[in-house]
Design a protein around this ligand. Structure first.
Ligand code: CTP
Ligand code: CA
Length: 229
């Protein structure tokens, strides 16, 4: 009976996971968002808990249940997500699976709904949100020993992922193809590539998001133990 599914490979570890989309408010009733379901991030949090870790899940708005055995912090916007992540540290492993909205409306949402005035829509300038993964990966003190990013790409998946790992300063990128052919976003399966700091690639077959999560736990445990770079 090799490969016991009940093996507690992360016993005694603290794991922080971000998941879901963020909602960037335009006014009290409207927001900017994306198609993330939160399934992969939630599956990772659940798998970490099953692997024996103490898990905090910082989740944007999703329509799926909280994973069992996990502390869940609910947020809406990218800036709230960053604050919740900072409050949840320290951790041994931080996994950034959220699809954080890259931009938010420059104008803070007020209490009043924006009304049509007959003159057509007003321009809506956007500003870039903080990069939560890069912020944590580059923390001068208290950086988690293992910082993992995700990369959702529609083309040149490996090239973009390699550039991302260098730009963000994380230890590992889990890259997947979210093009229409990939069909990952909101779906049940995921075909991922693990990209290391040295540019190395490990490609996994198309698997259920729960199975991806389970295998990732063993990989993370191996990385923490110094078995791979
Ligand atoms: N990420 C983050 N905060 C952001 C943007 C992204 O923490 N403001 C994290 C995501 O959770 C993911 C990784 O960074 O782990 C890569 O996200 P992705 O959207 O693929 O990369 P970006 O740097 O935003 O680049 P782009 O969307 O232009 O490809
Ligand atoms: Ca992005």
């Amino acid at each position: 009976l090799g490969g016991h599914s009940g093996e507690q490979v992360l016993a005694g570890r603290r794991v922080l996971v971000t998941s879901g989309p963020t909602h960037e408010p335009i006014d009290p009733v409207r927001y900017i968002a994306n198609r993330s379901s939160g399934r992969q991030g939630h599956a990772i949090a659940a798998a970490a808990a099953r692997a024996g870790a103490a898990v905090t899940l910082v989740s944007g708005p999703v329509g799926i249940p909280d994973p069992p055995g996990v502390g869940v912090v609910r947020v809406e916007s990218a800036r709230e997500m960053l604050a919740a992540v900072e409050a949840a540290l320290p951790a041994d492993i931080a996994v950034f699976a959220a699809a954080v909205a890259d931009w938010r409306p420059e104008r803070e949402a007020g209490a009043k709904k924006i009304k049509k005035d007959g003159a057509g829509p007003a321009p809506m300038p956007l500003v870039e949100n903080p990069d939560i993964l890069a912020t944590v990966a580059r923390m001068p003190t208290g950086r988690p020993p293992l910082v993992v990013g995700f990369a959702a790409e529609t083309e040149a998946v490996l090239d973009h992922a390699r550039a991302k790992i260098a730009r963000k300063g994380c230890d590992l990128i889990v890259a997947n193809d979210v093009s229409a052919e990939g069909g990952v976003m909101g779906g049940i399966d995921n075909a991922v590539h693990l990209i290391g700091r040295d540019g190395s690639v490990e490609s996994w077959p198309r698997l259920g998001k729960n199975e991806v999560a389970r295998r990732l736990m063993a990989h993370f445990a191996g990385m923490l133990a110094g078995r791979y770079r």
